[in-house]
Design a protein around this ligand. Structure first.
Ligand code: NAP
Length: 434
């Protein structure tokens, strides 16, 4: 029997558990740990609440979770309640699938000012992450600046733009929905340090901005390269740029009819955030592109900013004793192996890129590697050993069956048409399991 501990119950964690089952069948026991009492990580707390079809992938993870040889071990913080070293003593392999939950820092003057938020915090706020539920962003100003041109920037701009009706069927948490409905924001500027050919946005997600009921996107035609240059782009990117081109043709009368504008500001690198206590403006340097890189031109300008959300990527949270690559912001690893017996997958291995499905081959790859490293089960106690340790430490472990009760309680208190109203407080989650 092989005993595997996976730390993190998001997509990377569950795909890896699925791979372990394929590899060893009934000859493996998998424990999936999570610091929270609820599973699914990025699916619950990262994927936008109005993208319920993407969240549907959790049903697949549930099938894995309900197998005889897979357990959910919730409400246990590895590195705090139990160390990685202790888990290595109990399991044949420990796999870190902890994602990249920390914001990359802007690192410019003024980034500590009030109402400047990283996307992990802002997305966590509207998705009900216990750590960020109390963020309390101020939406009483006119202008929001969203820094970065990836899909997270699109999520944030879209969520800031939607009406109550457009949130129907979503699981946006009540506190965020009510705050958003009082929003006075009329202008959202998406700021990119490079140009239209260098965006990280995918076509479908970009296209959604063109179908909002009270907001319209705007691209300055002057920022677009010659049409002929699009032919050099790979097909997905070409589609995204075609979307941008369509935003540049939206008529003035359509803009005038919409209360909210989502403006793309390309070739614009943030240099400083200005304000007294709270952010009031952003100082930006114009850039030009040289061999794909943004180079400052020395031309500076200011834009008003009552709210700033920086969507410039994420980093993995280090765990005591585990080698960490500070520059890359993830665990130091070779194709997923940190050292024999200790591995990482998903964003914790390769950084925050790709789709949810990209994590599946990651999981299968690391399990293949472990199968080679582990010629036979090494007689470790696995889950039985952890249970004994948890009992001596009086850990309040939440099981998958407990989670099903929490889930039921969340769906029974949902708004009309919503799949659930999430608990945003750990004590409330634990209370809901009965
Ligand atoms: P991302 O795709 O890597 O985009 C980050 C953006 O931030 C880039 O435009 C980058 O510009 C910019 N940036 C980085 N550092 C900056 C700085 N110091 N100043 C100004 N701009 C800076 O990251 P993401 O949007 O966080 O998304 C993470 C992953 O999740 C991606 O794979 C994304 O596709 C995925 N995701 C998917 C969906 C969906 O499919 N619906 C939704 C959300 C997220 P440069 O390119 O110039 O570095």
């Amino acid at each position: 029997m092989r005993h595997i501990a996976i730390i993190g119950s998001g997509p990377a964690g569950y795909y890896t558990a699925e791979a372990a089952q394929k590899q060893w069948g009934d000859d493996v026991c998998v424990d999936i740990f999570d610091m929270l009492p609820v599973p699914y990580g990025l699916i619950r707390f990262g994927v936008a609440p109005d993208h319920q079809s993407i969240k549907g992938v959790a049903r697949r993870y549930e099938q894995t979770a309900l197998s005889q040889n897979v357990r959910f071990v919730g409400n246990v913080k590895v590195g705090h309640d139990v160390s990685v070293e202790e888990l290595q003593g109990l399991y044949d392999a420990v796999i870190l699938a902890t994602g990249a939950p920390r914001d990359r820092q802007l690192g410019i003057p003024g980034d500590h000012l009030g109402n400047v938020h990283g996307s992990a915090a802002f997305v966590g706020w509207y998705n009900g992450h216990p750590e960020f539920a109390a963020l309390d962003p101020d939406l009483s100003g006119q202008t929001a600046v969203v820094i970065g041109m990836g899909n997270v920037a699109l999520d944030v701009a879209r969520i800031l733009s939607k009406t109550r009706e457009e949130f129907a069927g979503s699981d946006i948490v009540g506190h965020a929905l009510e705050r958003l409905m009082t929003s006075k924001i009329r202008r959202i500027i998406i700021l990119g340090r490079r140009g239209p050919h260098q965006i990280m946005m995918t076509p479908k997600e970009l296209g959604e901005l063109g179908h909002l009921s009270r907001a319209t996107p705007w691209v300055d035609p002057k920022d677009l390269p010659d049409l002929a240059e699009d032919a050099l782009l790979e097909p997905g990117m070409r589609k995204s740029v075609t979307q941008l081109r369509s935003f540049a043709t939206i008529t003035r009368s359509h803009h005038a009819a919409m209360p909210l504008e989502i403006e793309f500001d390309f070739f614009a690198s943030p240099r400083a955030l200005l304000g007294t206590g709270k952010v009031e403006a952003l100082e930006v340097e114009r850039t030009r592109i040289e061999t794909g890189r943004a180079i400052g031109t020395g031309e500076f300008y200011r834009i008003p900013a009552d709210l700033v959300v920086s969507c410039i990527g994420y980093q993995t949270t280090p765990i005591a004793g585990v080698p960490f690559d500070e520059r890359a912001g993830r665990f130091a690893n070779d194709e997923g192996r940190i050292l024999r017996g200790l591995y990482c997958v998903g964003w914790a291995r390769r950084g925050p890129s790709g789709t949810i499905g990209t994590n599946r081959p990651d999981g299968f790859g690391v399990i293949e590697m472990i199968a080679q490293d582990l010629t036979s089960g090494e007689g470790k106690p696995g889950g039985r050993g952890f249970d004994a340790l948890a009992a001596t430490r009086k850990l309040n472990v939440v099981t998958f069956q407990d989670w099903k009760k929490i889930e039921e309680a969340e769906s029974s208190r949902a708004r009309d048409g919503a799949p659930r109203e999430k608990f945003v407080d750990i004590a409330e989650m634990i209370h809901a399991r009965g």
